[in-house]
Design a protein around this ligand. Structure first.
Ligand code: HEM
Length: 142
């Protein structure tokens, strides 16, 4: 199970970061240019991708030796172990909640400008949170 889920979570991360980044850029551009909501589809793709990654991440958390199995006071003193067992999962769950909230709030808004601004802010903060807690060195094999 671990051997299958880890590479899936690892490769799918590229797709998630890409679609969230595209959704942020399109929402920002639509807000600035006062466009309609043609960017709504990109925002929906980001929600779907983030939720798939959440599911993969949750499974990985229970099967990885770096996830729940590694929750110990010794691991909390090791920055890399703490990143994988606590900071990465928690921060990314918060980011995915923000993406979900941003999408559903924007969808209900009557004004295009308010909807695009909401998407830009919620998705933008979520993207920064995701980028801040990726185990970059392990992921990119540095
Ligand atoms: C959009 C959200 C997420 C992104 C973009 C993401 C991305 C990544 C990346 C790039 C890695 C490194 C993979 C590698 O070293 O090849 C990783 C590892 C990991 N992720 Fe996520 N992740 C997300 C959400 C989550 C969530 C919600 C959880 C758990 C609840 C989670 C649990 C883990 C664990 C336990 C590892 C370490 C696996 C190991 O090395 O054995 N991730 N994630």
């Amino acid at each position: 199970m671990y051997e299958a889920i880890k590479p899936l979570h690892s490769y799918f991360a590229w797709a998630v970061l890409f679609v969230v980044a595209v959704a942020v850029v399109l929402a920002g551009a639509a807000f600035i240019s006062g466009q309609n909501r043609s960017n709504q589809k990109a925002a929906l793709f980001a929600v779907i991708a983030a939720h798939i990654q959440l599911l993969l991440g949750l499974i990985l958390y229970f099967v990885s030796p770096q996830g729940m199995d590694n929750l110990s006071s010794a691991a909390m003193k090791d920055p890399f172990a703490r990143l994988l067992a606590v900071e990465h999962p928690l921060t990314n769950i918060i980011a995915i909640v923000l993406i979900t909230l941003g999408y559903s709030r924007a969808k209900k808004m009557a004004s295009n400008a308010a909807a695009n601004k909401t998407l830009f802010i919620f998705y933008g903060i979520a993207l920064l949170l995701l980028l801040s807690r990726i185990p970059w060195a392990a992921w990119l094999g540095l």
